[in-house]
Ligand binder design. Structure first.
Ligand code: ZN
Length: 89
């Protein structure tokens, strides 16, 4: 089903950009968002933006983290020469 509602079509298009999401799934997800309370949709949008802003690859082991060096690499009890691909300064 095609919708003649620009903001809805934009939301569907954004879901379709995700891996493994086809047109029908994108429509279902978009309609699900519309059925949520506004604050729930706001938290969803903020979670996407916050994750994109804060998460990156660990400078040492390249695992995902929200810190410069992930907690595993920061653990002084571990042998950093085994995992870390970047030598300590
Ligand atoms: Zn790490």
């Amino acid at each position: 089903m095609a919708y003649n509602i620009v903001p809805l079509n934009e939301l569907i298009s954004q879901f379709e950009r995700l891996p493994g999401i086809g047109k029908k799934t994108a429509q279902r997800l978009a309609l699900s968002v519309l059925q949520q309370p506004e604050e729930s949709a706001q938290r969803f949008a903020e979670a996407i933006v916050n994750a994109k802003k804060k998460i990156h690859f660990c400078n040492c082991c390249q695992a995902l983290t929200d810190l410069d060096i992930c907690p595993i690499c920061s653990d002084t009890e571990r042998d950093r020469s085994v995992i870390c691909v970047v030598s300590e300064a």
